[in-house]
Design a protein around this ligand. Structure first.
Ligand SMILES: C[S@@+](CC[C@H](N)C(=O)[O-])C[C@H]1O[C@@H](n2cnc3c(N)ncnc32)[C@H](O)[C@@H]1O
Length: 174
């Protein structure tokens, strides 16, 4: 009995440690309010089959679910292996949604990427902006960026709906 209790305590501590450590690299796990996002998002951006959406720090995949129901392909980049596994399990029968367990700063965007979503904390918005700008430059095309709750100081949004800012991030000129 004592050994079982010890194993359970160790497991709980490992899970807590994983959530704590991953939250330090971008944002803690706080999901987007799915009902609000589902109701409001069409006013911000019309997702379609032409889109490949990346959720940088995808949590449990709520955003992936909502955009894939509008026809988009969606990739969740999630550092927390527990959450990445939940996404893979949740969308095991949906080929339009995949998950990559990786630090999004080290992730190379696929060529077909059109939209990036992030719900990060304030001090990560500028580094995320620079990452998207670098990827837009590498891919040679503009990318749309939807940021939940935090705005980019140096860039004017194309639109704002509720807590979501829509930006068009252009490639750097040579
Ligand atoms: C605020 S939650 C947002 C979850 C989801 N995007 C949503 O809107 O529901 C942020 C997520 O980013 C993940 N995360 C934090 N830093 C990361 C990084 N550097 N690379 C990948 N995922 C990261 C966290 O584990 C957490 O699940």
């Amino acid at each position: 009995m004592a050994i079982i209790s010890l194993v359970l305590i160790c497991l709980v501590l490992i899970v807590v440690a994983i959530f704590l450590i991953t939250s330090l690299t971008g944002a803690p796990y706080v999901p987007t309010l799915g009902k609000d996002f589902d109701r409001e998002i069409d006013k911000l951006y019309k997702f379609s089959r032409k889109d490949l959406v990346l959720d940088l720090g995808a949590g449990d995949g709520i955003v992936l679910d909502i955009v894939s129901k509008r026809g988009a392909k969606a990739v969740g980049i999630e550092l927390n292996p527990i959450l990445a596994t939940i996404i893979r399990f949740r969308f095991r029968n949906n080929p339009r949604v995949t998950a990559v367990c990786k630090n999004f700063y080290r992730y190379q965007f696929p060529d077909e990427t059109t939209v990036i979503y992030a719900f990060a904390v304030g001090n990560h918005i500028e580094p995320i902006y620079r990452k998207i700008k670098a990827e837009a430059t590498r891919l040679g095309k503009p990318l749309y960026f939807i940021s939940n709750a935090f705005n980019i100081k140096e860039l004017k949004p194309e639109k704002k709906v509720w807590t979501w800012y829509l930006y068009k991030i252009k490639p750097e000129k040579n």
